[in-house]
Design a protein around this ligand. Structure first.
Ligand code: HEM
Length: 350
């Protein structure tokens, strides 16, 4: 990704980050789940199909469907062709994921057969789910690919947009990187020691939570009386508006201001646990349906931001100023994708 960004910058004088982040996020999740990395030149066809399927899935889930509001409509016709498109997508997903699982099964069996790999070393995620039925495997793996791709890319894009407009925060991040990492290049293991970086990511999750409405799958089993007197009747599908909580002036000082320091204890801030224990900021949800990829997501975004800041100086693209308008699709994303000037600081092997 760093190399592609540097190339695009030298060709166009600016970079449009989203496509790079989406490709890297998909590649990253495929690596974590299947142990499979794509090289844009080698596996180009399979990667292209995968990207197209993921894109179609996102479009379908984010699309407006009249039948969701007027269910009786679905008995007569499919106004936005949502059902027809879903029916066409499912066999494509099954075919692709099944083929990757089968390749993996074959490779693994060969390695065991030729004693290249002891059974005890098989700890990848795919091996764990391989004990389930093919249908369950496809469903679980697809859910991970699907939920773990856009969220990571879009959150990184929001972080970079804030950094483009806040060079002083970029400078503090570089100072921290210099103190902790020096010149050896940042790696996963550095993340716990980069507290200002963690605060930046938290602050962006507060201002721009990629999943602003939680709990799509929750139904009240009985009438619930809230402290303000409101009653949620039994059988209501309830959503928690996390966006409203994270922008509430009663909960947060100056809620619309980008201020990572609010999360750094040494700078007078509070250290909030964002993994579902503190409902003031639960961008991954909470309880039984909390995001299972939260640690992977946080670690990935923090590492990518560290690398992007370490290798480039980020400045505003004057031809396309940063616009924080939001659009809610499956995730809450920047309505106008970020374009920025990325001045190479360190060699990225163009
Ligand atoms: C920084 C990135 C991420 C954010 C902000 C995020 C956010 C969320 C949110 C808000 C939910 C819904 C929780 C609820 O309704 O209470 C969720 C669910 C989910 N996430 Fe993530 N997520 C991220 C990364 C990932 C990754 C990397 C994976 C996969 C490895 C993943 C897999 C899932 C799955 C499978 C669910 C559904 C859980 C269920 O319904 O029980 N997420 N995520």
């Amino acid at each position: 990704m760093l190399k592609n960004l540097a190339n695009e910058q030298s060709l166009n004088g600016a970079v449009s980050l989203r496509k790079h982040l989406k490709a890297a996020a998909l590649n990253n999740i495929m690596g974590s789940i299947f142990g499979k990395r794509y090289d844009p030149t080698e596996d180009a066809e399979e990667f292209r199909v995968l990207k197209a399927i993921v894109k179609e899935g996102f479009e379908l889930l984010g699309a407006f469907n009249w039948s969701d509001y007027l269910p009786w409509l679905s008995y007569f016709y499919d106004p936005s062709r949502i059902v027809a498109r879903c029916e066409a997508l499912v066999p494509r997903v099954r075919k692709l994921v099944k083929a990757i699982i089968e390749q993996h099964q074959l490779r693994t069996s060969m390695r065991i057969l030729f004693l290249i790999m002891p059974i005890s070393s098989m700890s990848c995620f795919l091996w764990m789910v391989m004990r389930s039925s093919m249908n369950d495997m496809i469903a679980v793996l697809w859910e991970m690919i699907f939920r773990g791709t856009d969220t990571v890319a879009l959150l990184t894009e929001w972080v970079m947009a804030e950094l483009v407009l806040h060079p002083e925060v970029q400078a503090k991040l570089r100072q921290e990187l210099k103190a902790v990492v020096e010149d050896r290049g940042v790696v996963d293991a550095d993340m716990p020691r980069l507290s200002y970086l963690q605060a930046v990511v938290k602050e962006v999750l507060r201002l721009h939570p990629p999943g602003p409405l939680l709990s799509w799958a929750r139904l009240s089993t009985e009438d619930v009386c809230l402290s303000n007197g409101m009653v949620i009747p039994a059988n209501t599908t309830a959503m928690v508006n996390m966006w409203a909580i994270t922008h509430d002036g009663v909960v947060w000082d100056d809620p619309h201001k980008f201020m990572p320091e609010r999360f750094v204890a040494e700078m007078g801030g509070v250290d909030v646990d964002i993994r579902g224990r503190d409902l003031r900021l639960a961008p991954f949800g909470a309880g039984r349906r909390v995001c299972p990829g939260k640690n992977l997501g946080l670690a990935t975004v923090a590492l990518w931001v560290a690398k992007l800041v370490d290798h480039f100086d980020w400045a505003e693209d004057k031809a396309k100023p940063v616009d924080f308008s939001e659009v809610l699709k499956l995730s809450c994303e920047m309505k106008h994708p970020l374009s920025a000037v990325a001045i190479v600081k360190k060699d990225v092997m163009i």
